[in-house]
Write a protein that binds this ligand. Structure first.
Ligand SMILES: C[S@@+](CC[C@H](N)C(=O)[O-])C[C@H]1O[C@@H](n2cnc3c(N)ncnc32)[C@H](O)[C@@H]1O
Length: 175
């Protein structure tokens, strides 16, 4: 994550500090990226960050809650404990400015998160995929790259690439 911050500061600048920003984070773990977004992008009191994670280990959720609490930004966080495939379809379509896909890294899950996330994204909203180049030695079904490539190929012409390296970030074109 830390290697991405310099890129996030650039291509997410248009959202930073704005009122009424809606962000979705799929995969929050103990809140490291959550806190960065809360302190740098989702900073306005009217903006919200929805955090979706099953928190398989209860201690993980305790640490997440603690980290969010000490950040002083708990009022901007909407925590949803559960798997993205169950929680994300319940969220409002076309209403998210920013989506960070960093949940289960198996290709089928990443594809599902991409497809579900795309429906939630506003026009000109940005969706970021983490770990595009993660663990290249693993079978293709157990890492994100195949799913990200399939998603990008199947949605060709409907987005602009705003960043492509270890992470991939796309901006949804107006229909
Ligand atoms: C790499 S960690 C996220 C790291 C976090 N974004 C950060 O940078 O600090 C992946 C997270 O995805 C969660 N996860 C696993 N399966 C998931 C699913 N089906 N839906 C949502 N989150 C999932 C795990 O519990 C874990 O906390």
């Amino acid at each position: 994550m830390s290697g991405q911050v310099k890129y996030w500061r650039q291509y997410l600048a248009k959202f930073a500090g704005r009122p009424d920003i809606r962000m979705l984070e799929i995969g929050s773990f103990e809140g490291r990226s959550t806190i960065w977004f809360l302190e740098n992008i989702v900073t306005h009191p009217t903006s919200r960050l929805v955090c979706v994670d099953p928190f398989f280990d209860p201690l993980q959720e305790v640490r997440f809650d603690h980290n969010v609490s000490v950040s002083g930004a708990a009022s901007r966080v909407d925590k949803r404990r559960g798997r993205s495939e169950e929680v994300v379809p319940e969220l409002e379509r076309g209403s998210y400015d920013l989506i960070y896909v960093d949940g289960c890294h198996d290709a089928p899950n990443v594809m599902l998160d991409a497809m579900l996330g795309w429906e939630l994204l506003k026009q000109r909203g940005i969706m970021i995929f983490d770990d595009y180049k993660w663990e290249a030695h693993l079978p293709a079904g157990h890492r994100p790259r195949l799913a990200i490539d399939l998603f990008l190929g199947s949605h060709s012409g409907r987005y602009d690439i705003v960043h492509q390296d270890y992470q991939v970030a796309i901006s949804k074109k107006p229909a």
